[in-house]
Design a protein around this ligand. Structure first.
Ligand SMILES: *Cc1c(COP(=O)(O)O)cnc(C)c1O
Length: 402
């Protein structure tokens, strides 16, 4: 294997993000392939006993077993780290494997976690149900409220965990404020950046400690594989995450890593185009007198904050129909081009009704607290021409009595 310029941090640090997304992390075999190679191997062989002993002792670089690392996953990790501006990255089998690895490797019985109220359903399940079973205390705050974060801090608070923008209410967390508050109290911040990705928002630049991903979403971007990633300091990755990850095994398969690696080459283009398309579609929905929550629109109560920490608002937003669940379902069922799907970040436009799908498990009280109303719909805007999406919505609005 031959390293390319993309593995030299002093070079990639000077490149623009678009260049890093295409070039960072690439190694080449003796064949000199242009596209990154897919290494479908679980094990490795060694020239002699001394080499393998040195690798196991941590005295020499090199692969030992794919539960630790594989050349294809290693290329993906270097590329994500370069995009994020992180010292290190490790990838996991799914977004939820990444979230649970970060939480369970960092927290111990007797510790306290503060988490944002609006979150991906499974993230809330871990905070509300799993962590307390292991003696980890958890508190939920309205993540938009800076004072609420401060008020929730206890002497044993070890971690803040939130999404921004959050799923599906598009709550925005003041990254600079909340991360510096955490720093001042020796608390580590874990930011789920799946909605924006490094193409649109880089939480480490605002003082976050760990950035967590479902790479299933915008990073793959074409609805093909599940994947997760954690970006942080070399020290946190090596000392906190790796002992957990290597021994519990939530590792990403090389094939899935390869798919995401290729997805990243077009991440910047897709994220920006999908953001533009989403804004056009959101403006149309708003023009129909429908309440829209889109961080890129001046009508979003945190629009200024969102635009101060994001390059663009991303492909996902929510809107609210007065006719509740019935009207929301009528609109979904009238769509001809946009698909009914709970996935996001895809190049295809997808719409879902969070109250009866992604946030169903929370129950009515949980949904009320998280701001997930019965008339709420979440739309992921893809790469289709926005006029075609608007035409589909226009006919569906008519058929749903809007
Ligand atoms: C999808 C998603 C997850 C979970 O990721 P998986 O890859 O489905 O396990 C976590 N957080 C957010 C914000 C998500 O959108």
């Amino acid at each position: 294997m031959k390293k390319t310029a993309g593995t030299d941090r002093s070079l990639t640090a000077r490149w623009h993000p678009e260049t890093r997304a295409v070039r960072a992390g690439t190694w080449r075999s003796e064949h000199g392939e242009t596209s990154e190679a897919l290494f479908l191997t679980s094990g490795f062989t060694y020239d002699d006993a001394e080499t393998v002993a040195a690798r196991f002792a941590g005295e020499a670089d090199g692969m030992v077993y794919a539960r630790m690392q594989n050349p294809t996953t290693a290329m993906l990790e270097e590329r994500i780290a370069a995009l994020e501006g992180a010292e290190a990255c490790r990838v996991q089998a799914t977004g939820m494997a990444a979230m649970s690895a970060a939480l369970l490797s960092h927290l111990s019985a007797g510790d306290h976690l503060v988490a944002g109220r609006a979150a991906f359903g499974s993230c809330r399940w871990i905070v509300d149900n799993l962590l307390p079973r292991y003696g980890i205390e958890t508190s939920i705050v309205d993540a938009r409220d800076n004072a609420a974060w401060e008020a929730a801090i206890r002497p044993n608070t070890k971690m803040f965990f939130f999404e921004t923008p959050a799923n599906p209410t598009m709550d925005i967390v003041d990254l600079r404020h909340v991360c510096s508050l955490a720093r001042a109290h020796g608390i580590v911040t874990l930011v789920d950046n799946a909605f924006a990705t490094a193409a649109l928002q880089r939480p480490l630049e605002h003082g976050a400690d760990i950035v967590a991903y479902s790479a299933t979403k915008l990073m793959d971007g074409q609805g093909r594989v599940l994947a997760g990633a954690l970006c942080a300091s070399e020290q946190w990755i090596t000392e906190t995450l790796l002992p957990f990850q290597r021994n519990t095994g939530p590792i990403l398969a090389p094939f899935n890593a390869w798919v995401v690696l290729k997805g990243l080459e077009t991440l910047d283009l897709r994220a920006r185009r999908q953001s533009d398309n989403a804004l056009a579609v959101a403006r149309f929905i708003e023009s129909r007198g429908v309440r829209v929550l889109h961080p890129g629109l001046p009508s979003h109560p945190q629009h200024a904050l969102a635009m101060s920490q994001m390059d663009a608002a991303g492909p996902i937003f929510a809107f609210f129909l007065d006719g509740g669940r019935e009207q929301a379902w009528a609109l979904l069922n009238a769509l001809e081009l946009i698909d009914i799907s709970n996935n996001i970040g895809d190049a295809k436009s997808l719409m879902c009704h969070p109250a009866t799908t992604t946030h169903h498990n929370m129950g009515p009280a949980g949904r009320a607290e998280a701001g997930v109303e019965d008339g709420m719909l979440r739309l992921n805007v893809g790469l289709e021409h926005p006029d075609d999406l608007i035409a589909d919505l226009d006919q569906a609005f008519g058929r749903a009595g809007l």
